[in-house]
Design a protein around this ligand. Sequence first.
Ligand code: GRE
Ligand code: ZN
Length: 258
Amino acid sequence: RGQHFDYKKSDEWPNEYPICAGDRQSPVNIELHHVRSMEPGRPPLGRFGYDKKPTRMKIVNNGHTVQLSGEWPAKDTPTIYGGPLTGLYELAQIHFHWGPDNTAGSEHTVANQSFPLEMHLVHWKKSYENISEAMLHDDGLAVIGYLMSVDKNPNTGLERMRASFNKILRPQQTTEIEPFPLTLFDLDLLKEGYVTYVGSLTTPPCNESAIWLLSVRIKDVTMDEMDSFRKLRMENHNEHNYRRVQPLNGRSITYYYD
Ligand code: GRE
Ligand code: ZN
């Protein structure tokens, strides 16, 4: 990923990272009446490993987001397959996008509406050598996105993470956390359906290598959880870390359900 970039100057990203001006960029606005239904006969989306506790877990403030990663025995590494995907995609990291108040924060929007928080689970296709190699292919990554809106129900996974946020208040700080299985985030596997389209990383170098799967079910985040994200200091005094929506350029967005 690009080392240094400023969300306040995202219009200038293409000067240094030309792919950021490409024609399959993310995020996008989702207009539900534009969404097409899936073709019949696709295998349902499946996953394994999400219920397995990793041997180690850490969170990093990389100056652009807070990133969670874990180490699992190879056979237990969280993996997804099916739906719009061909082959197996293994989880690399989970990160978040947010804003200074509840009026903005998500990267994707629905009917031009923003949400306070968006969670990204980044997976890479196992038939490639590693994630860097996968990022060079148009089907290299599969990113599951959850939009979150403020409500009263704490999320156990977010609570476990934010308990250690005081150790990563500044960019480049990192800390190990007590390992937990990803089921604590209460991530239903897009049970109520999801929309999928081909896009990109939302940060420089903006590689056009991501198949996106966005839950149509909005998740809950508490005000306390949002406050914890907003206390994390980002690079360049950035108070938000979402990119504005990009043109669809004729791409279709397809609704899937199992
Ligand atoms: C990001 O940096 O925000 C990112 C990735 C990979 C996939 C999607 C995404 O690094 O938003
Ligand atoms: Zn992201």
